[in-house]
Design a protein around this ligand. Structure first.
Ligand code: HEC
Ligand code: HEC
Ligand code: HEC
Ligand code: HEC
Ligand code: HEC
Ligand code: HEC
Length: 323
């Protein structure tokens, strides 16, 4: 116990990396840790019965700990659990990462599964992991955007996804956090991408960024990522994409009219939020075009109801391909 407390104290003195929330001078260790758990037989505030727990955590599972604030109960913490009403009326339909449909230990077809052993799809060699919040986010922060871990597959190579060079925000999350500031900061329309998001996902899904060549007239073996719209002979409608009107484009997903808001894209070489969000023929399709990082209302974490009969079925594909 003495060693743990010494370590906690030393960490307290050294944890001051600049960057995202949960790691700056604003960090309260007691948000997540309890030093002794129970001194006089009573359960500490905001803690679960049954402790003390490993790593001196307040709650027995890391996912339940994170979700104790991120499930909508803490008004200023971005809600990552369904149903999310936080972003209604914000100008975006979702947050940058979307949401998990179910909690710890339950399998879902609509997003990443937390707390269950599962094989990583498109991993070569095959690997089985148990995903949790800290598979993707470091609880104490990293130099990456959203405290994303530097090495998601834990096999050695770091991937930087740095705010201000690879990812841009129009509005930075407030500190101290406040509800309206969080809504504006975490909504998907507040974020623009220029590099490395697909590299980060394919650290685990490593078979997918190869863009392996296909047999003509196909250019690729699978849908490519990080490929722009201007290539000669491509099966695309670049002017339709840049114009942003007509087939595929609409005001809201799931309204009676065909069309959805413009899907996300990567703008290689962008240097700020504006250049990262300006439609152009050099925009690239990438994983977040079609998938949320957490999940969402649609099967396979897709960003629109591609596998559900309805007017928006092909809207996403039409924005670039206009068939
Ligand atoms: C947002 C929640 C959260 C906050 C805030 C937090 N921790 Fe942690 N901490 C965790 C989690 C979760 C683990 C377990 C990590 C794991 O198993 O990957 C952990 C593990 C630890 C460990 C042991 C393992 C390690 O990573 O070294 C120490 C020591 C520690 N935390 C100290 C601190 C100190 C000191 C503070 C305040 C400056 C702090 N933590 C703030 C969530 C948090
Ligand atoms: C005590 C409540 C609380 C707990 C527990 C908590 N969070 Fe948070 N978290 C917040 C709040 C509030 C914000 C919004 C901060 C802001 O907008 O400045 C936040 C922000 C975040 C962000 C976005 C950071 C950024 O600046 O982009 C991530 C990622 C995150 N939390 C992950 C986690 C993970 C992973 C855990 C569990 C290890 C966790 N949180 C536990 C309250 C909490
Ligand atoms: C498979 C990886 C992965 C897992 C697992 C994961 N996250 Fe995330 N999370 C991300 C990525 C990537 C982003 C950034 C998405 C973007 O903006 O493009 C993100 C964004 C966030 C944000 C910012 C708000 C938002 O919705 O965009 C919060 C808060 C957050 N995650 C908390 C959590 C918590 C809490 C857990 C566990 C319950 C968790 N994450 C599990 C990858 C993950
Ligand atoms: C943000 C733009 C974008 C979106 C959205 C998009 N694609 Fe593509 N697609 C591309 C690019 C870029 C290529 C590569 C150019 C090519 O091969 O013609 C491509 C290639 C293709 C190809 C041909 C592959 C080849 O080898 O020639 C098919 C088929 C295809 N996409 C289907 C789809 C379907 C189905 C959807 C919807 C689920 C979709 N695309 C959504 C940009 C997009
Ligand atoms: C043009 C849209 C599009 C892009 C870009 C895209 N995906 Fe997908 N992805 C889909 C669709 C649609 C499915 C549903 C199954 C299918 O049709 O193949 C899917 C399925 C998946 C699956 C689930 C496979 C399974 O067995 O359940 C994973 C994992 C995946 N994609 C990861 C990625 C990653 C990582 C990237 C970026 C490198 C990416 N996808 C880029 C459209 C896309
Ligand atoms: C730490 C490793 C890891 C990272 C990083 C990761 N994934 Fe996954 N992914 C998995 C595992 C394991 C599964 C299979 C179990 C499940 O569905 O959660 C999976 C499943 C999926 C699926 C199918 C989910 C469904 O709806 O059933 C999609 C789509 C997907 N990932 C896309 C992504 C995208 C996009 C990113 C980057 C934002 C990403 N993944 C980052 C490990 C990872």
């Amino acid at each position: 116990m003495v060693n743990k407390i010494t370590t906690l104290f030393l960490l307290l003195c050294s944890l001051s990396v600049a960057g995202e929330y949960h790691q700056q001078s604003d960090v309260a260790c007691s948000d997540c840790h309890t030093t002794h758990y129970s001194e006089r037989g009573t359960i500490p505030e905001n803690s679960e019965p049954g402790g003390p727990f490993p790593e001196l955590l307040r709650v027995g599972s890391i996912d339940r700990l994170c979700l104790s604030c991120h499930d909508g109960t803490d008004p200023s913490a971005p809600d990552v659990m369904a149903p999310v009403v936080m972003y209604n009326g914000s100008g975006s339909e979702f947050s940058g990462a979307g949401f998990f449909s179910v909690g710890d230990g339950v399998i879902s077809v609509n997003g990443h599964d937390l707390g269950v052993p599962t094989e990583i799809p498109y991993s070569n060699p095959p690997r089985t992991v148990i995903l949790s919040c800290v598979s993707c986010h470091d609880a104490h922060g990293t130099a990456n955007y959203r405290n994303l871990v530097l090495d998601p597959d834990s096999l050695g190579a770091d991937i930087s996804l740095t705010l201000g060079s690879d990812v841009f925000e129009a509005i930075h999350p407030g500190n101290p956090p406040e509800r309206n500031g969080s809504i504006q900061a975490y909504r998907s329309g507040n974020i623009g991408y220029s590099a490395n998001a697909a590299e980060w996902c394919t650290d685990c899904h490593n078979a997918l960024l190869l863009n392996g060549p296909g047999t003509p007239p196909a250019h690729f073996m699978r849908h490519p990522s990080e490929v722009g719209l201007e290539g000669v002979g491509y099966h695309l409608a670049p002017a339709h994409w840049v114009g942003g009107a007509g087939d595929g484009f609409g005001v809201a997903t799931g309204d009676a009219a065909e069309g959805i808001p413009r899907l996300r894209f990567q703008a290689p070489g962008a240097s700020d939020f504006l250049s990262a969000t300006t439609p152009s023929v050099t925009n690239q399709v990438f994983c977040p075009t079609c998938h949320f990082a957490h999940g969402g209302p649609f099967k396979s974490s897709l960003t629109w109801p591609y596998q559900t009969a309805g007017v928006d079925l092909y809207s996403g594909c039409q924005q670039c391909h206009f068939k």
